[in-house]
Design a protein around this ligand. Structure first.
Ligand code: NAD
Length: 255
């Protein structure tokens, strides 16, 4: 494969990316494949995962679709087992699947909405870590990125469950990083600012303009910009980076 990733720094490595049928996860899967990784494209959207994997194999990369809902620990375990049985090992994981949930002031949040957002965005990452860490240990080490958010560092009006879950992902990341650093597993979190993906599909022009204005950079981020940071954290270039929450946010949180 030609292009800026000619070094193929992920050659010989295998990666599992959740929520890889769309948006940031899809860009991460593409970026890792460009770097030479074999990629398991995991998503609850089976058709989307199949399309995203086909897009990668069409470029000459090794990729498989893996249907998995991250709220179901059995499906997550099966996804990791499938990845290991097809590719031989698991070295890299990106726990990215997430949902935004409806907007409501804290006292008005419906319990079912709270549970759904926390189940996907926090419990989903936990289920993934439980399944992935033994596989990474069996491979002799590796690296994990959990997708948090700038709302894992700041609060946001109307997003109590989302912000709470994303803050919790940072705590989970730090703890797992401490626990497994000596065994050669690096665990970090990435915190995107608002990024132009289908997650923002419900936002009308007024909301998009408002969100844009919150970023001193004067624009929303792109999935590729988040994928670049994620790939760096997974690479050997980040060999002493453990337990951090790295923002790609156009200075949103610096204000
Ligand atoms: P997206 O909606 O474009 O993609 C999310 C993907 O996750 C979809 O393919 C969806 O099918 C999948 N998914 C949802 N629930 C799932 C589940 N239970 N099991 C498996 N797959 C599931 O969203 P995105 O913007 O690419 O978001 C990706 C991650 O980035 C999320 O964790 C999100 O919270 C985070 N994030 C997004 C933004 C943003 O502004 N877009 C900002 C900060 C953080």
């Amino acid at each position: 494969m030609n292009g800026p990733y000619a070094e193929r720094e992920f050659a010989g490595r295998t990666a599992l990316v959740t929520g890889a049928a769309s948006g940031i996860g899809r860009a991460v899967a593409r970026r890792l494949a460009q770097g030479g990784a074999a990629v398991a494209v995991a998503d609850r959207d089976e058709e989307g995962a199949a399309k995203a994997a086909a897009e990668l194999t069409a470029t000459g990369a090794h990729a498989i679709p893996v249907p998995a809902d991250v709220t179901d620990p059995d499906q997550v375990r099966t996804a990791v087992e499938t990845t290991v049985s097809v590719f031989g090992a698991l070295h890299l994981a990106v726990n990215n699947a997430g949902v935004a949930g409806p907007t409501a002031l804290t006292a008005d949040v419906e319990l079912a909405d709270w549970r759904r957002v926390v189940d996907v965005n926090l419990h989903g990452v936990f289920h993934c870590l439980r399944a992935e860490i033994p596989a990474l240990l069996a491979a002799g080490g590796g690296a994990i990125v959990n997708m948090s958010s700038v709302l894992g560092a700041n609060g946001f009006m109307g997003s109590a469950a989302y912000s709470a879950a994303k803050h919790a992902v940072v705590g989970l990341t730090k703890t797992a990083a401490i626990e497994y650093a000596a065994q050669g597993i690096r665990v970090n979190a990435v915190g995107p600012g608002f990024v132009d993906t289908p997650l923002l599909a419900d936002a009308d022009t007024g909301v998009r303009d408002l969100l844009t204005s919150l970023h001193p950079a004067g624009r929303l981020g792109t999935p590729e910009e988040v994928a670049e940071l994620t790939a760096f954290l997974l690479s050997d270039r980040a060999s002493f980076l453990h337990g951090g929450h790295y923002l790609a946010d156009g200075a949103y949180a610096a204000q």
